[in-house]
Design a protein around this ligand. Structure first.
Ligand code: MTE
Ligand code: CO
Length: 424
């Protein structure tokens, strides 16, 4: 992964350079593979047809096919001084559907991965409650639990792209997101067990890792839809995702989803700790900072084609796909453009449309082999439409890191290679 120089292309330059490809919908034509004749893959007996394969239990816990070894989380070495307080990225360009496999969920740790045995972990509730409580993990499993699918997006996702195109790959520009089916106890039930006092209007969630990460959360959200989650995609949480228990704060910035959750303190005002003052605030042009920007705004990105996933088949039928999400609801609609925003087409949504969950879209078109400027634009269920980066900067200035939900552009050249660009 290398840092690519900033590359800005104006719409006019693009139009002067090449005619705009037609945005025709699916042609319904079959794609014929160009087989050598005779094709040895058909005419010859293959090695795997001549020997028995490994039996059951060869991999008691299954792993992906060795032919998919390139499908991994990746970090950007120069971004952080070490890997302990660092980030890696979900390979969005390698995934389909809406669920992120557990082994590919991006990681963000402030003090590395805490190694906590199930039996040794405790969750404490204290502060403005009638009965301070300490739960073991087995205690938590005796409360009614729910299954819900949510995206988690780090507020810093796409943060490198505020001033212009920077990182050449959707994994790096948009990969601080995962979408998981959580099993957990509604936080409301645990708070009811402890008995929140009438002046208990805020809570502080604290992690058991060495960073002791803390965030203030308003009681209204805690009682609404927060989960104390023990399972992801059907199995117990991965260590990287907060085993044995993490807080799920649907639709809100990833930093609030405290991992290795050890304590919830009920209070009557926010704590204003590090992660909600010097971090996770947005400095505006006039020197003031936005605080408590919890909700993640609607956003989308084309995952294929993209810099790590070029078009390799040449002109003809081409499948474009991507993902969209909103912290305020569902995504009923995504538009895509092949010409940098001159003509927009409605993408086809496919897969479950769940509240505060990732959505999948497709757009099938006939590529004429000429350069393209690909963009996607999400509409969420509140009517909000994803802004262009210029629209975002007009409101927010250029000092922000967090909450960049601007429209992403990929430039495709005649060879099918894609590059991260900005349309001026
Ligand atoms: N919780 C604890 N205890 N320690 C951490 O370092 N990182 C936060 C949040 N919760 C963190 C934490 C940040 S900034 C994000 S974006 C998410 O966890 C990342 O969750 P993930 O590692 O499952 O992707
Ligand atoms: Co984060």
């Amino acid at each position: 992964m290398t840092d690519t120089p900033k590359f800005t292309q104006s719409r006019r330059q693009f139009l002067a350079g090449a005619a705009v490809a037609t945005g025709a919908a699916a042609t319904g034509k079959l794609v014929h593979a160009q087989a050598a004749s005779p094709d040895p893959a058909i005419t010859e007996l293959q090695p795997w047809q001549q020997y028995l394969g490994p039996g059951v239990d060869n991999a008691p816990y299954g792993v992906p096919s060795p032919h998919e070894a390139h499908v991994i989380r990746r970090n950007v070495e120069w971004l952080t001084a070490d890997t302990v307080s660092s980030i890696n990225f979900t390979p969005l360009h390698e995934l389909e559907g809406i669920i992120t496999p557990n082994g590919l969920c991006f990681e963000r740790h402030h003090s590395g991965v805490a190694d906590i045995p199930w039996a040794d972990h405790r969750l404490m509730i204290n502060g403005l409650v009638d009965t301070p409580m300490v739960f073991t993990m087995d205690d938590l499993m005796r409360f009614p639990r729910e299954n819900r699918t949510y995206f988690l997006e780090c507020a810093a996702n796409t943060g490198m792209e505020w001033r212009g195109a920077q990182l050449n790959g959707v994994q790096f520009t948009h990969g601080m997101i995962h979408n998981v089916v959580y099993t957990g106890v509604p936080l409301r039930l645990l708070l009811e067990e402890a008995g929140v006092q009438t002046n208990g209007t805020w809570l502080l969630a604290e992690g058991a890792d060495a960073s002791g990460m803390t965030r203030s959360i308003p009681m209204e959200k805690a009682l609404d839809d927060c989960l104390v989650a023990t399972h992801m995609n059907g199995e117990r949480l991965r260590a990287e995702q907060g085993y044995p228990v993490r807080l799920v704060v649907p639709g809100w910035e990833g930093n609030m989803w405290v991992k290795w959750l050890r304590r919830i303190e009920v209070g009557d005002m926010p704590w204003h700790h590090r992660e909600e003052t010097s971090k996770y605030t947005d400095l505006l042009a006039d020197g003031q900072a936005r605080r408590f920007t919890w909700e993640m705004d609607a956003k989308s990105v084309i995952t294929n084609p993209s810099p790590q996933a070029p078009i390799t088949h040449g002109p003809g039928p081409t499948v474009l796909t991507g993902v969209a999400w909103s912290g305020r609801g569902t995504i009923p609609r995504v538009d895509v453009t092949l010409d940098g925003g001159i003509n927009w087409h409605r993408a086809r949504m496919s897969g479950p449309s769940l509240d505060k969950s990732m959505h999948r879209f497709y757009f099938e078109f006939e590529w004429d082999g000429r350069p393209l400027l690909l963009q996607s634009r999400a509409h969420d269920s509140t009517g909000y439409v994803q802004p262009t980066k210029d629209q975002l900067r007009a409101v927010r200035g250029v000092n922000s890191i967090y909450h960049n939900n601007g429209i992403q552009t990929w430039a495709i050249n005649e060879g099918g290679q894609a590059e991260n660009v900005e349309v001026g």
